[in-house]
Design a protein around this ligand. Structure first.
Ligand code: SF4
Length: 143
């Protein structure tokens, strides 16, 4: 089926240029053949497109200076566990200047126990190891 590409274009200075996707509806994007995918999935799909659909060629890609290269396997290498020092530095950076001990109300009825050595813990559970990492919006490795 041939798609009407003009939905994604707008006139500017006598030329057709790409529209800002933020100004487009989900229907318009879908009419262009786009699906609701995470940015990581989109990068993976771009790499597969670049390598004629070969996951093996994506894996072997030597274009190490390509902006998509670190993400070509469908996950972010930047999303990893922080060590204790990195967590402390991040917490210090994120904490408001007037940070104070949480009040009883903020602890939501005592559900949350703060440990002076490790930070926030939920009773009965192991320490939350990924609480300071980037939210994972990738679905892991694909294709
Ligand atoms: S990382 Fe490699 S496979 Fe992916 S877009 Fe860049 S050159 Fe193509």
């Amino acid at each position: 089926m041939k798609r009407d590409r003009t939905i994604g274009l707008e006139p500017r200075d006598g030329f057709d240029v790409g529209r800002d996707p933020q100004s487009m509806s989900a229907d318009e994007l879908e009419q262009l053949g786009h699906a609701r995918v995470s940015p990581l999935r989109a990068l993976r799909l771009k790499c597969l497109d670049c390598c004629n659909g070969s996951a093996q060629e994506v894996r072997l890609c030597r274009a190490v200076d390509c902006p998509g290269w670190p993400f070509r396997m469908g996950s972010s290498p930047w999303r990893r566990m922080l060590d204790q020092e990195e967590r402390a530095a991040l917490l210090a950076r994120l904490a408001p200047n007037d940070a104070s001990e949480p009040t009883t109300a903020r602890k939501t009825g005592g559900e949350i126990d703060t440990s002076p050595s490790d930070g926030v813990r939920v009773p009965g559970d192991a320490p939350a190891k990924s609480s300071l990492t980037e939210r994972g919006d990738d679905a892991g490795s694909v294709a």
